[in-house]
Design a protein around this ligand. Structure first.
Ligand SMILES: *[C@@H]1O[C@H](CO)[C@@H](O)[C@H](O)[C@H]1NC(C)=O
Ligand SMILES: *[C@@H]1O[C@H](CO)[C@@H](O)[C@H](O)[C@H]1NC(C)=O
Length: 391
């Protein structure tokens, strides 16, 4: 019971707001109501801003522009005017080498490798104009927004990073709905958990025009009063010349078939204080958020969430799937997992989460469940997910 309450709290305070983080087009202007932005604004920085060195069309139709790493959208942020780019982290968290136990045959899902020349970074073109008409946020998500969440919340600690291995699925979201389903690693802090940094995948047909699992980073810009993701508003500094944010993760896992995963690490560089995001094969450093962007997670996080959530106008009445779309009790190969979950402590060391700060739960356990969680020498692990209302 207590677990449910914990996640319910999370749902009320956080996921409600989080819901906006991974969505296109949306700026949340706190205190000033909410507005949507028009296409011109969305693409201005990307298309007519920095000079495009090269245009790359991926298999499947995604288009990436290669732009000069020093002229990327991030530097339009008022707080990054005099920012000196850090091309590499000064160190990495220390601790165990993360390998999956060999008894499970799983392979890595691949993010799109975009062949931008060194000195440039790939920026995905906004697909929205091709797929949906532009609408106000109220029209897109309805006047009251609905969310469900399932996973583990970890509270009341000093968080300098976290690492997790995430099983990649393509949860079913009705393609004519405005809902989406995401699985994320998220660190947050501040009153009402007001500031967050997030990495993970989401399926959002209304917003991306398809039902693939796409990799995103997202964050709250408390100063600019926005929730942002990828390069749709300035802030995230990308250093990788080939990691395509917003790109499709392939292959996705198959229920009772081959399983695929990605490894996500978010950690604070102890020297520069930048929050780095590392992912996927060869642990690619994608880029970072400068701590100067933040008010509350400048120094550290206080809470972490690992798990799935759904959001949108029908997310509670006609809920999309989370994870594999199957309940956590089905276990390996059938239910989605997150494992090798570790925290980075203030000494820049991986540590296992403290059990008494771990709160697994579901906002509605008739739709989604979390199961089999525990901590072993590989870190914390769980199965999570469910069919929602799509039975
Ligand atoms: C939803 O997906 C199905 C199967 O791919 C397709 O036949 C249908 O046209 C799609 N509906 C919408 C509204 O895009
Ligand atoms: C949980 O979901 C079920 C199925 O959609 C629904 O009937 C029930 O009212 C929900 N419970 C809560 C507490 O929202």
């Amino acid at each position: 019971m207590e677990f449910t309450i914990q996640v319910f709290e999370m749902k009320e305070q956080k996921v409600l707001r989080l819901a906006l983080l991974l969505s296109y087009l949306i700026l949340v202007t706190r205190g000033n109501g909410i507005r949507s932005i028009n296409q011109g604004e969305t693409t201005r920085d990307i298309v007519t801003g920095p000079k495009i060195n090269k245009i790359i069309e991926m298999d499947g139709g995604d288009i990436f522009d290669c732009v000069d790493v020093n002229l990327q959208p991030a530097f339009n942020h008022p707080l990054l005017k005099d920012h000196k780019i850090q091309m590499e982290s000064s160190t990495f968290p220390v601790g165990m080498d993360v390998k999956l136990p060999s008894r499970h045959h799983v392979s890595q899902a691949q993010p799109p490798i975009v062949a931008c020349p060194r000195g440039t970074i790939p920026i995905r073109r906004n697909h929205i104009r091709n797929h949906i008409e532009l609408k106000s946020i109220d029209e897109v998500f309805g006047t009251d927004k609905h969310q469900e969440a399932v996973g583990i919340e970890y509270k009341h600690d000093e968080i300098y990073g976290t690492q997790a291995i995430i099983n990649v699925y393509e949860p079913k979201v009705k393609n004519d709905s405005k809902d989406f389903s995401a699985t994320v690693v998220e660190i947050y802090n501040g009153p009402g958990l007001s500031e967050a940094i997030v990495a993970g995948y989401s399926v959002s047909p209304k917003l991306s025009g398809d039902t693939f699992a796409r990799f995103h980073v997202a964050w709250d810009d408390v100063v600019q009063k926005k929730s942002c993701y990828d390069h749709t508003c300035p802030g995230f500094v990308q250093v990788s010349h080939e990691f395509g944010l917003g790109g499709i993760l392939r292959p996705a896992s198959v229920y009772n078939g081959p399983q695929y995963f990605i490894t996500i690490l978010i950690f604070k560089d102890p020297k520069t204080k930048n929050w780095w995001v590392i992912c996927c094969q060869e642990n690619t450093p994608i880029g970072y958020w400068s701590s100067s962007l933040f008010t509350y997670i400048k120094d550290k996080g206080e809470t972490v969430f690992w798990g799935g959530y759904v959001s949108g106008p029908t997310a509670t009445t006609d809920s999309p799937q989370i994870g594999s779309g199957h309940f956590s009790s089905e276990g390996y190969g059938k239910a989605a997992f997150i494992r090798h979950i570790q925290i980075v402590d203030k000494n820049n060391k991986y540590v296992n989460p403290y059990k008494n700060k771990v709160f697994p739960g579901s906002s509605n356990s008739s739709k989604y469940t979390v199961n089999g969680y525990g901590v072993d020498k590989y870190g914390m692990h769980m199965y999570y997910g469910g069919p929602g209302d799509l039975v």
